[in-house]
Design a protein around this ligand. Structure first.
Ligand SMILES: C[S@@+](CC[C@H](N)C(=O)[O-])C[C@H]1O[C@@H](n2cnc3c(N)ncnc32)[C@H](O)[C@@H]1O
Length: 229
């Protein structure tokens, strides 16, 4: 987050410098021009709070799972940085975006470090305007999972980005999306390894405790689970 802010301040910084800084000089990521161009543009727009590696993970698994068919979702949209990244690569696929668009709901202070009302400096109108050029983006404003009530029960998803930061919301996200994930579909969650979001790890560990599913830690803070048969 701090690195993003510093980079956003130095708007003329060269991508090759960033690759050196992040030790990515010889990695495949440096050849993904459309992804890099998009990510860089979002950083300059000051909306992107995901790191380069986290954004690449989303791009990679989103594009890998599109052929499975089904919808895409993001729980935790805030100002729309991640949603715009997804929109750039989702083609015409429906993207369901869930947020209060007025800040964090009630948190469990025994687990979560965030406070009710954090991330309130956004609005549905601003995010809709930010994503206006993309088709098939559906906004579900309100408390999740109640806000999913307007979706047909049998909606299936190929890719889901969870970025809700807190325990109850992440657990609700897993309970709602995992059973509706296509076989081979992927859920990526932000903040599994964030020091400021211990509730995310708690929710994943709890949800998958008694299942054979394995979720994988992805650098920088994410984890990912792929639905088996
Ligand atoms: C870290 S922000 C999301 C960042 C966003 N993915 C991005 O790329 O900029 C977390 C968001 O989760 C939302 N959120 C958390 N729990 C929620 C719930 N149960 N229902 C709706 N929104 C929720 C908050 O309102 C906040 O906007």
């Amino acid at each position: 987050m701090k690195l993003m802010k510093i980079m956003a301040r130095f708007r003329n910084i060269k991508p090759s410098f960033v690759f050196r800084l992040l030790q990515l000089k010889n990695c495949t990521i440096t050849t993904e021009e459309k992804f890099l161009e998009t990510w860089w543009r979002l950083v300059r727009e000051d909306r992107m709070i995901l790191t380069l590696r986290e954004s690449y993970n989303i791009y990679h698994y989103l594009t890998a799972t599109l052929p499975l068919g089904g919808a895409i979702a993001e729980l935790g949209v805030y100002k729309g940085g991640g949603a715009k990244l997804i929109s750039e690569f989702k083609a015409e696929r429906p993207l369901h975006l869930f947020d209060t668009f007025q800040g964090m709901p009630t948190v469990d202070r025994k687990v979560d470090q965030h406070h009710e009302g954090d991330f309130a400096d956004t609005s549905l109108g601003k995010v809709q305007e930010y994503l206006r050029e993309y088709t098939n983006c559906f906004f579900h404003k309100g408390f999740f999972p109640d806000s999913a009530g307007d979706l047909p029960e049998n909606t299936e998803f190929c890719f889901v980005h969870l970025d809700a930061d807190i325990y109850e919301s992440t657990l609700s996200g897993l309970k709602y999306f995992y059973p509706r994930l296509q076989t081979g579909g992927v859920i990526i969650s932000h903040d599994y390894y964030s020091q400021t979001c211990p509730g995310v790890k708690r929710a994943f560990d709890e949800y998958f405790r008694d299942t054979p599913e394995e979720f994988i830690h992805l650098w920088d803070t994410q984890c990912m689970v792929k639905k088996r048969e």
